[in-house]
Design a protein around this ligand. Structure first.
Ligand SMILES: [Zn+2]
Length: 178
């Protein structure tokens, strides 16, 4: 309850960005949420045949997904808006949550796995800060972390040669050409 109250009050204020207390509270909420859904989650190694050319076996083994009727979202207005706008998935660290309508869509799993790599590369608090900043500034679809995920997803959907997604994500985040 305390977390909910703090996030509701603080999130809309521009000066909150940089408040490590808030990002710590969000991370705690995420860890608790992931633990509470663990029994319902499955490992992405089930997609090894489809995605092994794109992601390492260790990443697929370490990542879990949960199909849920209602996607869990921390009480942050910008995220609530994104989810109410029809978003069908969200990634928290090594776990992502999907609506039943997309549970069997390989492109959506691919997209969320790109976010897992972003979380892993940036670290939890920097990812949370950057994602929220970008979404506030640019809107969901034009937030650079989303633009990256959608661009790589499109390349996957093109059904060309498999490519190393992890190295693409690292290059993107370093601002290097692909
Ligand atoms: Zn996304």
């Amino acid at each position: 309850m305390f977390l909910v109250r703090v996030l509701s009050c603080v999130a809309p204020v521009a000066s909150w960005v940089g408040g490590t207390l808030v990002f710590g509270l969000i991370e705690n909420w995420i860890d608790k949420t992931n633990r509470s859904y663990f029994a319902d989650s499955k490992t992405c190694i089930v997609f090894e045949g489809l995605l092994s050319g794109y992601f390492s076996r260790s990443l697929l083994e370490a990542t879990r997904f949960v199909v849920v009727d209602e996607i869990p979202v921390p009480n942050i207005p910008v995220l609530k808006r994104v989810m109410s706008g029809g978003a069908v998935g969200i990634t928290f660290k090594h776990t992502y949550y999907l609506a039943p309508s997309v549970a069997n869509d390989p492109s959506v799993h691919f997209h969320e796995l790109v976010h897992v790599l972003q979380w892993r590369y940036l670290g939890a608090k920097p990812f949370i800060q950057r994602y929220l900043m970008e979404t506030l500034r640019h809107g969901y679809r034009d937030a650079p972390l989303e633009v990256m995920s959608y661009a790589l997803q499109k390349r996957f959907e093109g059904r060309g040669e498999p490519f190393d997604v992890e190295s693409c994500v690292h290059k993107y985040l370093k601002g290097l050409p692909l």
